[in-house]
Design a protein around this ligand. Structure first.
Ligand code: PLP
Length: 473
């Protein structure tokens, strides 16, 4: 007590000094008493205290601050957050954007979970041929499925579609020119731009045509002795409308044959069967393969609804070259993704209606009547908080997302929340900071819970989150 007082007096009279910081041991002892850190071993606590003390010492020496125990522990707590709580964790997607890249794109089908767990927990046949009792191929597990579903001679999978494009360009056009329409030099999120991937692959970009119009003649004129291939990219996340023209894959293939150039198509989303009966017009992979592309590439976790992966389907002689490129080893798919991909492709092959088993397809093909019914169910569950918020079933156009069908908003229903005592942005933040974050949209003075992207037990999480928020408000 007396010592404490003396220190207080000293602090008032002298400049702050690092010796004001209690010893690491004293601070560690305090934290060991704190129930918030009960799960932490002593060495982790010691690490956090040392690190924080070092920071404190620096800021005292530079005269920025003086010793303050509360501030010290508050700052340490921030540093402890990654150890207190998993960073990568579940969220509730109430945005209505089905393929949302920031929150994990596709939710995997239920049928993938048991195989995934088996392959994760135990040894597996990853590169082992049980019949021959010797080394097998990682690619074998999805080859037959891709061939069947894409109507192709051969196929395999890599880490993601960006890797598939990189691999294809490097294999067929390193040091050579790649013809691509100016209208297709797209950026898919800041981390994937066709011109950047192209230059990293060692290929040389040769733009043809204009942003809105490219004709077959533009390609023909651009061909030189050093042309390596023709690339077609599905402009998946935007549409050029109005005065436009582009060359069909079929016509490019005919030109390619004449000039002995392979034609490659990056389809982006990769739709395995025709979704136009549901109002979703995306090119079907098998159609591109049938048009005669050397290979086509697409993502595993966009419209396909599987894990992150890049799928390559096409003619045997081209696919064989891709597999042999040493880069293929650097971008190979890991066993968990491969397992989930195989199981997802099995669902496409074996189920009469894959859309009933694959969440992405299920969400995209829900009818307005079903969505309305779901929204009514959710609104009814919000009865207990009705004094704090009006919850009304309303229409809400939702987006497929993930660079699929950018100009397409699909009719959906949601529960619109009109809080009586909280601002919309405060409620939005509170939902986001829930222990299982609930991600929502604010639009037109309402906070919208779009039911298209909600799964069954998400309802309970939303109800509990809102009850807690309004109890504490
Ligand atoms: C999404 C997309 C990619 C990148 O695919 P990832 O699987 O995310 O690597 C490449 N090209 C197109 C056209 C895309 O839409």
């Amino acid at each position: 007590m007396e010592r404490e007082n003396r220190r207080d007096i000293k602090m008032k009279n002298q400049h702050p000094h690092p010796r004001d910081i209690p010893s690491v041991e004293v601070l560690v002892q305090k934290l060991l008493q704190d129930s918030a850190y009960a799960a932490f071993p002593r060495r982790l606590i010691t690490y956090l205290v040392r690190d924080e003390s070092k920071k404190m010492r620096r800021s005292i020496l530079t005269g920025k601050t003086q010793w303050n125990e509360d501030a010290f522990f508050a700052s340490l707590r921030m540093k402890a957050v990654p150890f207190l709580q998993s960073g990568l964790r579940r969220v509730v997607n109430a945005t209505g954007v089905v393929i949302h890249t920031n929150i994990g794109r596709a939710c995997l089908p239920q049928d993938t979970l048991i195989p995934l767990r088996q392959v994760a927990e135990f040894y597996c046949t990853l590169e082992y041929d049980v019949e021959k009792g010797k080394r097998g191929s990682r690619h074998a597990h999805v080859e037959a499925l891709i061939k069947y579903l894409c109507a192709s001679e051969d196929g395999f999978a890599v880490n993601n579609n960006a890797a598939a494009v990189l691999l294809a360009l490097n294999t067929f056009a390193e040091g050579k020119e790649v013809l691509i329409s100016r209208g297709e030099l797209v950026e898919i999120g800041a981390s994937f731009r066709i011109p950047d991937i192209l230059s990293k692959s060692g290929a040389i970009l040769k733009e043809v045509g204009t942003t809105n119009k490219t004709k077959l003649g533009d390609y023909e004129k651009a061909v030189t002795k050093n042309t390596g291939l023709i690339l077609k990219v599905h402009p998946s996340n935007f549409r050029v409308v109005g005065f436009t023209q582009s060359v069909s894959l079929r016509d490019l293939v005919i030109l390619g044959r004449k000039l002995k150039l392979p034609v490659i198509e990056d389809l982006g989303s990769g739709c395995l069967f025709n979704l136009s009966p549901y109002g979703l017009d995306e090119p079907v992979v098998a159609e591109s393969v049938k048009s005669g592309a050397a290979v086509v590439t697409f993502s595993g976790d966009k419209l396909l609804g599987g894990p992150q992966a890049g799928i390559i389907a096409g003619q045997s002689r081209y696919v064989a070259k891709l597999k042999k490129n040493p880069l293929a080893r650097a971008v190979r798919i890991d066993k968990l993704s491969l397992c989930a991909l195989e199981q997802t492709l099995r669902l496409y092959s074996l189920r009469e209606k894959p859309q009933e088993h694959i969440p992405v397809l299920n969400m995209l093909t829900r009818t307005p009547a079903q969505l309305r019914g779901d929204a009514e169910k959710l609104a009814a569950k919000l009865e207990p908080v009705k004094d704090a918020v009006d919850a009304r079933v309303e229409k809400s156009p939702s987006l497929p997302g993930g660079g699929s069908l950018p100009d397409k908003s699909i009719e959906s229903y949601g529960v619109a929340l009109y809080p009586k005592f909280l601002k919309l942005n405060v409620l939005e933040a509170a939902l986001r900071m829930n222990d299982i974050p609930v991600i929502v949209r604010i639009e037109k003075n309402r906070l919208l819970l779009d039911v298209r992207t909600l799964q069954e037990d998400d309802f309970q999480i939303i109800v509990r989150a809102l009850s807690t928020i309004f109890k504490n408000a």
